[in-house]
Design a binder for this molecule. Structure first.
Ligand SMILES: [Zn+2]
Length: 199
C-alpha cells in the first residue's frame, strides 16, 4: 500500500507538472497552478492510491469494486476543465440534463490535459497526432459536451496533429486575448446598463 501511495503521488505530481507547462505557454497561469489540486484531497487521493494501476484511471477500478466512484464525483464537481462540471438542466423540454457551453479558457485547459494524459500513457510512442487519434476513438459524450465546446476542442486537436504545438499554442494565445477583450466589453456594457438605470 505504501508503494502505491508513493506511485500515485508521483503520477499526480508529474501530470500537474506537464499541464502547468502547457498552461503557462498560453498564459493561463492561475489554471496552470491550480490544475487537479483536488487530487491531493483525502477523498480523491486515498482512492487513487488504493486502486493505483499505472496504466488506467483508478476511478474505473473504484467503480468496478463499489458500483460508483466517489473520487470522480468529488473531482468533476470541483474542476472546471472537465465537461462533466458543466452538466446542468437544459431549457430543452425533451432533454433533462445537457452540457452547457464552457468558457474558452477551460476548453483550452481540457485540451492541454489531454496532451499530458496521452504523453503519460503513450510515452515514446507519443506524437502530435496522438490526442486527436485518442479523441476520435472515444466519442461517447453525445450532448453532454456542448456542441460549441466540442467543436473548439476538435479544432485544437486537429490543428495540433497537422501543424504541431508551436502553431497551435500561438493560435490559442490569440484566441484567449480575443476572449478576454470580449469579456471586458461585456462587463463594460453591463456596467453601463446599470449606471443608466440608476439615473
Ligand atoms: Zn482533472
Amino acid at each position: 500500500m505504501r508503494e502505491k501511495f508513493w506511485e500515485h503521488f508521483k503520477t499526480v505530481t508529474y501530470h500537474r507538472h506537464l499541464v502547468r507547462q502547457g498552461c503557462f505557454k498560453v498564459g493561463l497561469y492561475r489554471q496552470g497552478l491550480l490544475h487537479d489540486l483536488s487530487k491531493y484531497s483525502p477523498t480523491e487521493f486515498l482512492v487513487g492510491a488504493k486502486y493505483y494501476q499505472g496504466n488506467r484511471s483508478p476511478n474505473n477500478a473504484e467503480r468496478e469494486a463499489t458500483g460508483l466512484s466517489r473520487s470522480w464525483l468529488h473531482h468533476k464537481g470541483r474542476n472546471k476543465h472537465h465537461f462533466e462540471y458543466w452538466i446542468d438542466y437544459t431549457l430543452d423540454r425533451d432533454e433533462l440534463l445537457g452540457g452547457m457551453k464552457m468558457p474558452v479558457r477551460y476548453v483550452v485547459e481540457m485540451f492541454i490535459d489531454r496532451i499530458a494524459a496521452c504523453r503519460t500513457y503513450q510515452k515514446e510512442k507519443y506524437t502530435d497526432a496522438s490526442p486527436w487519434e485518442y479523441h476520435k476513438r472515444s466519442i461517447r459524450v453525445g450532448k453532454l459536451l456542448h456542441e460549441d465546446s466540442r467543436m473548439l476542442l476538435e479544432r485544437l486537436l486537429k490543428m495540433l496533429a497537422a501543424e504541431g504545438e508551436e502553431a497551435t499554442f500561438a493560435y490559442i494565445r490569440k484566441l484567449l486575448r480575443r476572449e478576454r477583450r470580449r469579456e471586458f466589453r461585456e462587463k463594460l456594457r453591463l456596467c453601463r446598463n446599470c449606471m443608466e438605470r440608476k439615473h
